[in-house]
Design a protein around this ligand. Sequence first.
Ligand SMILES: *[C@@H]1O[C@H](CO)[C@@H](O)[C@H](O)[C@H]1NC(C)=O
Ligand SMILES: *[C@@H]1O[C@H](CO)[C@@H](O)[C@H](O)[C@H]1NC(C)=O
Length: 377
Amino acid sequence: MSSIFAKLLFSTLCMLFLLKTHSLVFADQRLAIVYPVIQNFKSMITSDPLGVTKSWIGSDICNYKGFYCDNPPDNNSAIALASIDFNGFHLSASTLDGFIDKLPDIALFHANSNNFIGTITSQITKLPYLYELDLSNNRFSGPFPIAVLGMNTLTFLDIRFNFFSGGVPQQIFTQNLEILFINNNLLTQKLPENLASSSIFLLTLANNKFVGPIPRNLPKALSSLTEVVLLNNELTGCLPHEIGYFQEAVVFDVGNNQLTGPLPFSLSCLEKVEVVNLAGNMFYGIVPEIVCAGLVNLVNFSLSDNYFTHVGPFCRMLIQRGVLDVGKNCIHDLPFQRSVMECADFFAKPKICPFMWFHSFFPCKFPFQNSQVSSIP
Ligand SMILES: *[C@@H]1O[C@H](CO)[C@@H](O)[C@H](O)[C@H]1NC(C)=O
Ligand SMILES: *[C@@H]1O[C@H](CO)[C@@H](O)[C@H](O)[C@H]1NC(C)=O
């Protein structure tokens, strides 16, 4: 009895909804198509503290808060929903499935700082114009969203500050991305080993569980990176001298990993670098004077919490200027160092870095000479 009543009520509501949709006049057929998709998504939103969805009524989709229209690439006289910017709206919904993937003309989707959860549907692969996808600072989980692999329109992918876990497919580094932010997730992965080239110039991998060494050919492949941000991972091994290929880097941050070995002299090839953070590793040996003397833009050079034993006069000048921090090392004529015992323990263990004969090698113009060093064997 009550079920028949419920069915009746449901079909009446459906009819009302259809009538209402039909009575709406849209500026373009493309907007009529996405209207029910948006209304369906609106009904799934469980929290809207800023009340933005109140504006999501009627046919004027282009004036809904967070929605932007433009002429689609395939028809200059049409009007389509081209862009969504939900940044900071603090909306909650259990999924974006059935929403983002049903917006055929979407080019930019920005949803930073909401409470969206779930995984990313593989259906987004079919969106022909999507080039910026920002899902950062939400509560997405599950594996890396492999749906984006092979989406050659996509140039900007930001999934940082979520709970994505597992591996990162290497293909992501070789498609057309220019900006890839995946820091602050639970991703476990070795850095890509056979990367020959990449269009990425902004990449943040920090605060994940990246493991293994920094591959020797990685810096050359990513030589247009302006920020090399690998801090708080579980990287091991020695810094290859090829880090000198990061010649565009303004930030070089490998702090809080388990890296070891002496610092390659090629660090001085990073002529634009302002921030170098190697703190919280197991680096040892001499702090190369050529780095302290050659990197004139340095404002923060942190080597604290390592096992360095010597600093020369140029580096001491940087210490005095408050640029270089060598606290908690094994430099016994300086204050705030490790105990002699702790240092002795560390140096008693065997140390091997491969390719050590290259560690004084520069894959760049030697700063104090005019000779160009030729390519590395
Ligand atoms: C382009 O869009 C306009 C407006 O929606 C439409 O009238 C026209 O038929 C479309 N042209 C093509 C070639 O699809
Ligand atoms: C320098 O960098 C380190 C490591 O990133 C950071 O902890 C420290 O606060 C910075 N110092 C200054 C003066 O900015």
